[in-house]
Design a protein around this ligand. Structure first.
Ligand code: NI
Length: 178
């Protein structure tokens, strides 16, 4: 297994629409393992393949408090959503440190293939419903701040770019003197 690099907003590649996976084979299972490792290493609860620059319909999740109940979904589709909506704060591994309020369907049913290639249906509410909608949006090239005003998005981009500059400076300062 190997941890993958997570694309940071506003990377243009976060906008690519993922294609359908033709077969759940060894390559896809390796991708799932690597995505889980990446997600756990970053202390995330969900990750879409889009975020690691692989544009295929694969997401991984683990909303358990013990971080030992991984869920991998291939070709996930929302087949039903409640008319009732809920609003809650979300974050994203592609926008570290950013939290914003987003409105989502309160409950969804998702059909997907598991890592074993078997079709399954997941009826979700609460955090799992939010997480599924958030990750499936990534596969469509959408991120959770898209619904915000452009002023707010500009502020978020500025803040993330400042963070990256500071991280690069810190990395230079901690490099060995030669
Ligand atoms: Ni995300």
């Amino acid at each position: 297994m190997s941890a993958l690099t997570i694309l940071r907003y506003p990377a243009a590649r976060l906008r690519r629409v993922a294609r359908t996976v033709e077969a759940v084979d060894a390559r896809i299972r390796t991708l799932i393992e690597d995505m889980l490792e990446t997600m756990y290493a970053a202390s995330g609860i969900g990750l879409a393949a889009t975020q690691v620059d692989v544009h295929e319909r694969v997401v991984v999740l683990d909303i358990s408090e013990t971080h030992d109940q991984p869920l991998a979904l291939v070709n996930p589709e929302i087949v039903w959503e409640s008319s009732e909506h809920v609003r809650g704060d979300e974050g994203c591994l592609s926008l570290p440190g950013i939290q914003e309020s987003v409105e989502r369907a309160a409950r969804v049913t998702v059909a997907a293939l598991g890592a074993d290639g078997q079709l399954r249906r997941i009826e979700a509410d609460g955090l799992l419903a939010v997480c599924l909608q958030h990750e499936l949006d990534h596969l469509q090239g959408k991120v959770f701040v898209d619904a915000l005003s452009s002023l707010k998005r500009t502020r978020i981009k500025t803040r993330l770019q400042k963070q990256e500059r500071e991280a690069a400076r810190d990395a230079r300062q901690s490099a060995p003197a030669l």
